[in-house]
Write a protein that binds this ligand. Structure first.
Ligand code: ATP
Length: 360
């Protein structure tokens, strides 16, 4: 997949622009605070409907304005297509080939992977950071997963309401419970399969790009404990059993104590938890290797090459790691959007950013 051009209006500090991109490398150059991250964010936002640095839409709207929007033309294996996202203070609107669509349909139309300095949170942050990341990544390759997640979160709310009201004798509670177990099992199964596949790639990519000596693995810390390769039925059985075990405690506390909303994921470098034992440089490299592995996961599932974004490569990686990363992309047919405070030794379309103005 390749983004051919983009129009944006009222996006952060950026001037309203029409930008035409290179099918391979696009480099955004500028001093700090000029708008490099904002342009990458605008691209990411148009493709995903989300920002990679805020969950508040309002923050992306230019100061003093009430609406913003961006539109891209892109090409996949099949045809030339377009998508857009518009935001006002209340609502987000999505379109595909100029027709309005819902988020469920918009998700995964175009695939993108971003790497930004804040991604280190995937290692050092709370489980919810990792859950959101993997949930999004699984869903962009497999939209069914997003529907399962939506059902789990809706049923969890119902379940919690009954527990809070101490109303678990109501027959509806059992009905919600059974539905919850069904969708929770589907989510757990998809997570197991996804993590198994991505872990294999992660280990290979880490060795290839950063350190041939060390073994990197990714594990899934399910709320159900150790899981090898269970069937859907076995997962359902385990969840039912776990609920029986916590039934009295759940009633006492008044909310759900177990479920996929409690899952976590763990990175191990040479069998030691990266969060506690790895160096800063290793943590950054682990995250980067993970993002690279996402590329192959998307190619496998969607038969399309995703777009890749790297923010602030110069201040984040030393020259050896930076060189390895650029070499990696030179060898692959991937459209790359990259920002840097200093020029890089790559053949690319260069955009110079100064106070929100883009010259390219
Ligand atoms: N909603 C907004 N409206 C207008 N300007 C904004 C908005 N949000 C942020 N800004 C400003 O946009 C400017 C550009 O920020 P951005 O993070 O894109 O810079 P950058 O070039 O990536 O800098 P750095 O290299 O320091 O990360 C900042 O000065 C910021 O204060």
């Amino acid at each position: 997949m390749q983004i051919l051009d983009m129009n944006m209006i009222n996006f952060r500090n950026l001037d309203d622009e029409h930008l035409e991109f290179d099918r391979r490398f696009n480099l955004f150059l500028g001093k700090n605070g000029q708008g490099k991250t904002s342009i990458l964010e605008a691209i990411y936002f148009t493709v995903t409907g989300k920002s990679f640095r805020t969950s508040k839409n309002k923050e992306m709207i230019k100061y003093g304005r009430h609406k913003m929007g961006a539109f891209v033309n892109y090409e996949d294996r099949i045809a030339l297509k377009s998508i857009s996202v518009k935001v006002d203070e209340k609502k987000k609107r999505y379109s595909y080939n100029r027709k309005p669509i819902k988020y469920d349909e918009f998700l995964g139309k175009l695939n993108i992977i971003s790497f930004i300095p804040e991604d280190i949170e995937l290692i050092i942050g709370s489980p919810s950071v990792r859950r959101s990341f993997f949930d999004y990544e699984i869903a962009q390759a497999d939209p069914e997963y997003y529907l399962y997640l939506k059902s789990v979160s809706k049923l969890l709310k119902f379940r919690n309401k009954y527990l809070k009201d101490r109303n678990t004798k109501d027959p509806m509670f059992e009905i919600y419970n059974l539905e919850f177990i069904k969708y929770a099992s589907l989510v757990v199964k998809k997570r197991i399969d996804y993590i198994k596949n991505v872990s294999r790639l992660l280990s290979l990519n880490y060795r290839k790009l950063f350190d041939g000596e060390k073994e990197l693995t990714l594990g899934y810390k399910s709320f159900l404990g150790e899981l090898k390769s269970p069937t859907l039925e076995e997962i359902g059985g385990k969840i039912r059993k776990s609920y029986e075990e916590v039934r009295d405690r759940e009633l006492r506390y008044g909310y759900s104590l177990i479920g996929p909303q409690r899952d976590d994921f763990i990175f191990l470098l040479d069998n030691k938890e990266a969060k506690s034992y790895s160096s800063q440089g290793e943590k950054k490299s682990i995250v980067f290797a993970l993002k690279i592995s996402e590329i192959d996961m998307i190619i496998k599932e969607k038969k399309e090459t995703p777009i890749f974004i790297i923010d602030d490569i110069s201040s984040y990686f030393d020259s050896i790691r930076k060189g390895n990363i650029l070499k990696y992309f030179q060898k692959r047919e991937i459209q790359l959007f990259i920002s840097s405070t200093s020029d890089l030794e790559i053949e690319a379309k260069r955009f110079h950013i100064h106070r929100g103005g883009i010259d390219g």
